[in-house]
Design a protein around this ligand. Structure first.
Ligand code: SAH
Length: 470
């Protein structure tokens, strides 16, 4: 199995820094199912290619599986595993380039953060659903896709095509994103499970899918295929994606494929309900200028920008990567001068005073407070309610009590959440804020109401009391 990755970003040999693999060396890594060789067939200033060769040992593969999933068939020894790229290649690549996937590179951090020209080829790739599916999965991520079906036998054209394609992807993409996308999408294209999936598989999917999966138009298909027929895990993953993305249906499909074919009642994703609810509150308040604090990749900002009633819209986040996504979503580079004056994006941490936060009719903290360490919350309260002092502050956060309704979910909805408050805890926090700062508060719910557990999202609308000192 072979995968090559080329860049023409100059100096191209910087690829070695990004991958933590020196271009002059041939290195080998042992996996439970075979050996990976990493080498650079070309490494010049103009063009640098790394090749990852996976040599699968079917006997070792069978043994590594046997512990968890005994399989007595001969097929586990005689199969296409040694030749065709597959989930194993995804696993091997993810492992060998794990630091590169994290996006960290002390030697060339700027480069690791930048989208660079990349070309990826996989000469033989099993592709269930035909070449079309490769287009469907990679194109929304900004890749140009060539997926050429490989004939079953070149000597007998009328035998038709095999289920393999030759895949070539070209695009200008951040290297870490490219590697994470391959990690998820190679097994998705292959759609047969060759390795044991542990209980942390959902976390792996969330980590590799960060920043692109939630908004992928085929997020459901990807999640279902990645996690296989383990409906429970698929449900957990979709619930978590629904927290993050705007395109994922909250209606979690039945585990059984046959049931999945039945038309499911179309429900509005929680994320969309949240956007609509906060948007309605802002209009209700008559806000003209709005700042989205912790705007993430800018899904809600996009809605604000599309609303002419808002004459000034700003978004800020601590993550530059999220801001890059937001800038792309809002087409900041193509904005008219007028629009560019109306819309601002800037980086900032909510635990530090910043005058750019001040002067807005309303501020939104949508799904942000639960990302802040509890000892730092007082700093955030001061920055928002004490220093920036907008006319209104709309806060949303998960209702932890509701989590029992997410089948199979253990722990919190997102690995970065520091807490998920019960309704009582949220009200206590709101009251603590109104006791310290001159605001009144009203607490509401967002999403389907459960008689006992409340709604999945809680919302507080703080309005500033007429200040006597300004
Ligand atoms: N508001 C967006 C994103 C929520 S995810 C939405 O509803 O979709 C939480 C966001 O808060 C992340 O983008 C994260 O980078 C940001 N964040 C977390 N802690 C922060 C801090 N201290 N200062 C600013 N932003 C922060």
């Amino acid at each position: 199995m072979l995968l090559t990755l080329t860049t023409t970003h100059q100096p191209a040999t910087d690829l070695g820094y990004l991958l933590f693999k020196h271009p002059d060396r041939v290195q080998q890594f042992r996996q439970s199912f075979g050996t990976v060789t990493v080498l650079y067939p070309e490494a010049t200033e103009e063009r640098c290619t790394v090749a990852l060769l996976l040599d699968v040992d079917p006997v070792r593969l069978a043994r590594s599986r046997a512990r968890n999933a005994p399989d007595f068939s001969l097929a586990q020894y005689v199969n296409d595993r040694s030749y065709a790229a597959s989930s194993l290649l995804g696993v091997a690549m993810a492992d060998v380039f794990s630091t590169a996937r994290s996006g960290r590179c002390d030697a060339r951090q700027d480069l690791a953060d930048s989208a660079i020209p990349l070309e990826i080829t996989i000469p033989v790739l099993p592709c269930r659903g035909g070449a079309e599916i490769a287009h469907r999965l990679f194109e929304p991520l900004g890749w140009s896709v060539e997926a050429e079906p490989i004939p079953l036998d070149e000597a007998f054209a009328d035998w038709g095509d095999s289920r393999y394609v030759r895949l070539r992807l070209t695009g200008v993409v951040r290297l870490a994103d490219a590697l994470n996308q391959l990690h998820v999408l190679l097994p998705v294209l292959d759609e047969s499970k060759h390795y044991w999936q542990g209980p942390d598989e959902v976390d792996k999917l969330m980590r590799s899918g960060e920043g692109w999966l939630a908004a992928h138009p085929d997020a459901q298909l990807i999640t279902r295929r990645y996690l296989g027929r383990r409906g429970g895990l698929t449900r957990v993953a979709l619930a978590r994606l629904a927290e993050l993305g705007d395109e994922v249906e909250e209606t979690i499909e039945p585990a059984d494929d046959e049931e999945a074919l039945q038309p499911a009642e179309k429900r509005v994703p929680l994320n969309t309900q949240r956007h609509e609810a906060v948007h309605a509150v802002l209009l209700e308040l008559g806000a003209r200028s709005v700042i989205d604090l912790g705007c993430g990749p800018g899904q809600f900002l996009d809605l604000l920008v599309r609303t002419p009633a808002f004459t000034r819209v700003a978004g800020s986040d601590v993550s530059t990567r999220s801001l890059q996504h937001a800038a792309r979503r809002l087409h900041v580079d193509r904005m008219s001068e007028r629009q560019a004056e109306r819309v601002q994006l800037f980086q900032g941490a909510l635990t530090y005073e910043d005058e750019r936060y001040a002067g807005f009719d309303a501020a939104v903290l949508m799904e942000v407070v639960e990302h802040v360490d509890p000892p730092r919350l007082a700093a955030l309260e001061h920055v928002v309610f004490g220093a920036a002092r907008p006319g209104a502050v709309v806060v949303t956060t998960p209702n932890g009590e509701y989590n029992v309704l997410y089948e199979g979910l253990v722990g919190l909805r997102h690995p970065d959440h520091r807490f998920e408050w019960s309704r009582e805890e949220f009200v206590a926090w709101c009251e603590h804020v109104t006791a310290s700062y001159p605001y009144a508060v009203e607490v509401r719910g967002i999403g389907a109401l459960d008689g006992t557990l409340g709604t999945p999202t809680q919302m507080a609308v703080f309005t500033r009391k007429e200040a006597t000192d300004d």
